[in-house]
Write a protein that binds this ligand. Structure first.
Ligand code: G4P
Length: 533
C-alpha cells in the first residue's frame, strides 16, 4: 500500500449549530479547491436535489439537511474527504456517527451567538474521541460578540484551549480584515470576495502607525487585544492539538469567502493523516497491506434513481480495489465489491480504488449493517461507533394487524440502519421506539408508510430514559433483568435496556444493584456488552 497516498489524506467534517454557516462554508471550501465552479451548488442541495424523493419531502419542508453526504477533492498535495453532517439539532445521532469516521473537525461558530447547544453536544463526541478541532468564528461582517468573550466561552464550555491564529480587526460594517498572528501579516477584508482563489490583499508586519492610519480605531483596539491575548493564551502545540486539547481559532466570513483558505491550509498543515484504529481483536494500522473498513452510516433511498441502501464505509487500512472480495465479519459472508461509488462533489462516481481515510459507498439490500467491519478475510470488529441512550420514547402500533409482520421487518431494517432505536419489551406488548430527537419519529413514520407500506400509530411511551445494562458477572445481570422484567427491553442487537420514567428510578436501581453498570452509550457490535453476557 502506498504510504504517500495515505499521508496525503485528510478526512474531516464541518460541525456547527444550525445556521452558523456550515453549508456556506462547505460550499466555499469546495469552490476554493476547484471542486465546484459555481456558488450555490451546495446550497441548492437543500432545496432542489431531493425534490422528487418522498422521504426528502420532510427535509424540503423543513429546509434542513437530514441526509449526510461525502465529498472528495484535492487541495495542494492533499486529497480531502469532507463529510457533511446533518445540521438539525433534532436529528443528531447520525451526525455523531459521522464523527467517528473523521480524523479532524472544523467547528463553525456564529460570532453573534457564540457556543450553542448543538455545538456543545458535538464537541463532547469529538472530545471523547480526542478529535482535533479547528475553530472558525464566522459572520465577522456582522456585529458579533467581543472576540475575547468568544474565546473565553470556547474555553469554558468546550474545555479546549483556544489558540487564536488570526485576530479580527473590527467587525460588522467596520470589519477591516484579520491579523495573522504567526505570519505577522494583515489580510484585508473586501466584501463579496466570492471567487475561487480570489487574491486577498496582504500587508506584512504593519507598524502601529501605519495600521492606525489605514484602519483607524479598529486597528488600535485589535492591537490591544492581541497584546492581551499573547500573554494569556498558550503557544500552539501540535501535540496538544492532535490530542484534542488545543484548538486553533480563525476568524472570517464564509459568505464572503474570507478566511476559508486558511481553514484548508490549517487542515493540510496541521490535521493528521489517517492513524491507528482499534478493533476488538487488535489495533489496525493504516499502513497495513490488507484492506479493512468500517460501515459508519447506512442510508436508504439516497436518490430515487438508485432505490437501494448505501453503506458508507471508511477505509481504515490497505488499499481498496473495485471488484475485490471482501468479508463482512459479522455475518462471515464474502461478496465481490463491484458496485462501489464515491461522492465527488454531487455526483455519484464509480470508484476503482480507495485508500485509508477515503469513504466509499456500497449499494446493497441489507448485506451491510451499521457498524459492520469489512476485511480481506481476517476476523476483526472495529469499535467506537456509538449509540446514544434515547431521550424520547414512543410506542408503535400497526394500523392494519395484517401488516404486523411487515412492521417487524421494517423496524428491524430501520434499526439496523440506525434511523431509530427499536426496543422489544421482555414482558411483551407494543414495540417501543427511542430517538434522540422528535424528527426521527416523523422520518420513520413517513418511511414506514412510503417505503414499507405499513401505516402506524405512535403514542408517547411512559418512559423518558433508558440505560443499557451490563455487568461483569453474567449471573448477576440475569438476576437483575429477571427482577425488573417489566422494565427491560431488548434493542436491535438484543442488548438489554432498563427503561425508566425518571432519573431517580435509575439511581434507586443503581444503589440496590451496585455491580450493574447503567450505560448511556453503547458501542455497535455490542462488543463490551457481549463480553459481559
Ligand atoms: P448552516 O448550514 O450551518 O445551517 O448555515 P448556512 O450555511 O445555511 O447559513 C445560515 C445563514 O447564515 C444563511 O443565511 C447564510 O447566508 C448566512 N451566512 C453564512 N455565512 C455568513 C457570513 O459570513 N456572514 C453573514 N452575514 N451571513 C452568513 P440565510 O438568510 O438563512 O440563507 P440565504 O438566504 O442566505 O441562503
Amino acid at each position: 500500500m502506498s504510504v504517500s497516498e495515505l499521508k496525503r489524506r485528510r478526512t474531516f467534517a464541518v460541525i456547527s449549530h444550525p445556521d452558523a454557516g456550515k453549508t456556506t462554508l462547505t460550499e466555499k471550501l469546495l469552490l476554493f479547491s476547484g471542486a465546484i465552479q459555481i456558488a450555490g451548488t451546495v446550497k441548492g442541495r437543500k432545496s432542489n436535489r431531493y425534490a422528487t424523493s418522498d422521504w426528502m419531502e420532510i427535509e424540503k419542508q423543513r429546509g434542513i439537511s437530514v441526509a449526510s453526504s461525502v465529498m472528495q477533492f484535492e487541495y495542494g498535495d492533499c486529497v480531502i474527504n469532507l463529510l457533511d453532517t446533518p445540521g438539525h439539532e433534532d436529528f443528531s445521532e447520525d451526525t455523531y456517527r459521522v464523527l467517528t469516521a473523521v480524523d479532524a473537525a472544523v467547528m463553525v461558530i456564529d460570532g453573534a451567538n457564540g457556543v450553542e447547544a448543538q455545538t456543545l453536544k458535538l464537541l463532547e463526541v469529538c472530545r471523547s474521541r480526542k478529535t482535533p478541532i479547528v475553530t472558525f468564528i464566522n459572520k465577522l461582517d456582522r456585529e458579533v460578540r467581543e472576540p475575547l468573550e468568544l474565546l473565553d466561552e470556547i474555553e469554558q464550555h468546550l474545555g479546549v484551549a483556544a489558540v487564536p491564529f488570526t485576530w479580527p480587526i473590527g467587525m460588522g460594517k467596520d470589519f477591516q480584515g484579520v491579523y495573522d498572528v504567526q505570519r505577522d501579516q494583515v489580510r484585508v477584508f473586501r466584501a463579496g470576495q466570492d471567487t475561487a482563489g480570489g487574491a486577498v490583499e496582504t500587508l506584512q508586519a504593519l507598524s502601529n502607525e501605519e495600521g492606525e492610519r489605514r484602519f483607524g480605531h479598529a486597528w488600535v483596539r485589535a492591537k490591544e487585544e492581541i497584546d492581551l491575548i499573547s500573554g494569556a493564551t498558550p503557544e500552539f502545540d501540535r501535540e496538544q492539538f492532535l490530542a484534542g486539547q488545543q484548538s486553533p481559532v480563525l476568524f472570517g466570513s464564509a459568505i464572503n469567502n474570507f478566511g476559508v483558505k486558511e481553514i484548508l491550509d490549517a487542515l493540510v498543515d496541521l490535521a493528521p493523516p489517517p492513524s491507528m484504529r482499534m478493533t476488538v481483536q487488535r489495533p489496525v494500522q493504516p499502513e497495513e497491506s490488507k484492506f479493512t473498513g468500517v460501515v459508519f452510516k447506512v442510508q436508504a433511498n439516497m436518490d430515487l434513481a438508485h432505490r437501494d441502501r448505501v453503506a458508507f464505509i471508511r477505509v481504515c487500512s490497505g488499499r481498496f480495489e473495485r471488484g475485490m472480495a471482501v468479508k463482512v465479519t459479522r455475518s462471515n459472508k464474502t461478496f465481490r465489491a463491484n458496485n462501489v461509488v464515491t461522492f465527488l462533489s454531487q455526483r455519484r462516481e464509480t470508484v476503482s480504488e480507495a485508500y485509508p481515510g477515503d469513504i466509499i459507498g456500497i449499494p446493497n439490500h441489507g448485506t451491510l449493517s451499521l457498524g459492520d467491519t469489512l476485511t480481506e478475510g481476517e476476523q476483526l470488529q472495529f469499535v467506537g461507533l456509538p449509540f446514544f441512550a434515547p431521550e424520547i420514547f414512543q410506542t408503535v402500533e400497526v394500523v392494519d394487524p395484517m401488516r404486523a409482520k411487515q412492521l417487524g421487518e421494517a423496524l428491524k431494517q430501520l434499526g439496523e440502519e440506525g434511523a431509530i432505536q427499536v426496543f422489544r419489551p421482555e414482558a411483551g406488548g407494543l414495540m417501543i421506539l427511542g430517538a434522540v430527537g422528535q424528527l426521527q419519529f416523523e422520518v420513520v413514520s413517513h418511511r414506514l408508510s412510503t417505503e414499507y407500506k405499513v401505516d402506524v400509530r405512535m403514542a408517547p411511551a411512559r418512559y423518558r430514559l433508558s440505560r443499557w445494562v451490563t455487568c461483569d458477572d453474567a449471573a448477576e445481570l440475569r438476576r437483575f433483568t429477571d427482577s425488573y422484567s417489566a422494565r427491560i427491553a431488548l434493542d436491535a442487537s438484543d442488548a438489554p435496556t432498563y427503561l425508566a420514567s425518571h432519573v431517580s428510578e435509575i439511581e434507586v436501581a443503581q444503589k440496590a444493584w451496585p455491580k450493574i453498570v447503567f450505560n448511556e452509550l453503547r458501542e455497535h457490535s455490542g462488543a463490551p456488552f457481549r463480553k459481559a453476557m
